[in-house]
Every structure is written in structure tokens, then in C-alpha cells.
Design a protein. Structure first.
Length: 179
């Protein structure tokens, strides 16, 4: 597909392939976030909702599914059916939310697709409350894979500190605290 390109909604069903769960389990990935029961969670770049049902199941709080493509949001909301779930369409570098609106922001295999990565990280920090968590999941299977050695120095200047990493170098969840 090529680096830096938005994954086409026409191919979204491939992201929901059940075999993907063997390599990148939504339940294990979301468990690494340590979601408290009352969080307001933003899933930035939710795509067709591979992780969305696990996020909704892990919290009693509200979950906002956010994506640039309307078709992806339709699929995600169909998979994460809950009165606590809202879908919002927009650009990851210009988030339409108030400051300090979220306790957790989860970004899975999408940061490499956002042309203005610094703008996105600034916006994430703006909408994330102090002490909140930015969790970024990456897998080498993604053409836009961001290695942890590149991720940490690009995230931390925006007001985050790495709390920990779960997984391997080629497939991980990195959790950052907003300071």
C-alpha cells in the first residue's frame, strides 16, 4: 500500500480477518492499557473497529471512535454497539474536542498514516487530561510501522513520558503518561 497512505475503507474487511487475532489480540492489547472503569476513552483512527469492542468491554465509561473515513466509522460502530459509544469523523491533527476531555487516548497502527504526526501528538496532549494515558499499539505487519526507538523520541517532546511497553520490538503497546 505504501507508507504514509490512509488505509482504504474498501479494504477494511482485511483488517478484521479472524487470523489477525492470533498475532494481535484485541483483548490482550486493550488489557495492556489498564483502563480504569470510569474512563473517557478516545480511539483515534479506529478503522473498522478491530479493537473497539474490546475497549467498550474494558470500561464502563464513554468511548469515542474517531476516524477520517465515514465508512470506517460505520463499520466500527456496528462492531462496538453500546449507548456509551459515539462516532466522530475528522482529522487526527485537528481534534474537535475540548481540552482535557479524555482520560485515555488509544492509537493503534495509525500514527504512521497521519501526515502531520507532530500536530496529531500536540492535539492528543491537548485533549488528554494531565496524568492521562496515551497508548500506542504498533505491529511490524503494518506498512506504516513505527519502531519504539523512533516513537519514544517523537512522542515525549509533546508532554509525555514513557511509562512502559508491553510486547516485543516488532509488536508492542507503549503507554505514555501525560505530564
Amino acid at each position: 500500500m505504501g507508507r504514509g497512505k490512509v488505509f482504504p475503507a474498501s479494504e477494511a474487511r482485511s483488517l478484521l480477518n479472524p487470523l489477525r487475532r492470533l498475532v494481535q489480540s484485541p483483548t490482550r492489547t486493550v488489557a495492556a492499557l489498564g483502563l480504569p472503569q470510569a474512563d473517557r476513552v478516545l480511539e483515534l483512527g479506529c478503522g473498522p473497529g478491530f479493537f473497539s469492542p474490546a475497549i467498550v468491554a474494558a470500561t464502563n465509561g464513554t468511548v469515542v471512535l474517531f476516524d477520517v473515513q465515514h465508512e470506517m466509522l460505520q463499520m466500527a460502530t456496528g462492531r462496538a454497539v453500546s449507548p456509551r459509544t459515539t462516532a466522530v469523523r475528522g482529522d487526527g491533527a485537528v481534534l474537535p474536542f475540548a481540552g482535557n476531555a479524555f482520560d485515555v487516548v488509544f492509537v493503534a497502527t495509525v500514527l504512521g498514516e497521519i501526515p502531520d504526526r507532530d500536530g496529531c501528538l500536540r492535539e492528543v496532549r491537548r485533549v488528554l487530561r494531565a496524568g492521562g494515558t496515551l497508548a500506542i499499539a504498533e505491529t511490524r505487519r503494518d506498512s506504516d510501522f513505527v519502531p519504539i526507538t523512533s516513537l519514544q523520541p517523537s512522542v515525549e517532546p509533546h508532554g509525555f513520558v514513557l511509562r512502559g511497553r508491553h510486547g516485543l520490538r516488532w509488536q508492542y503497546v507503549a503507554c505514555f503518561d501525560a505530564v
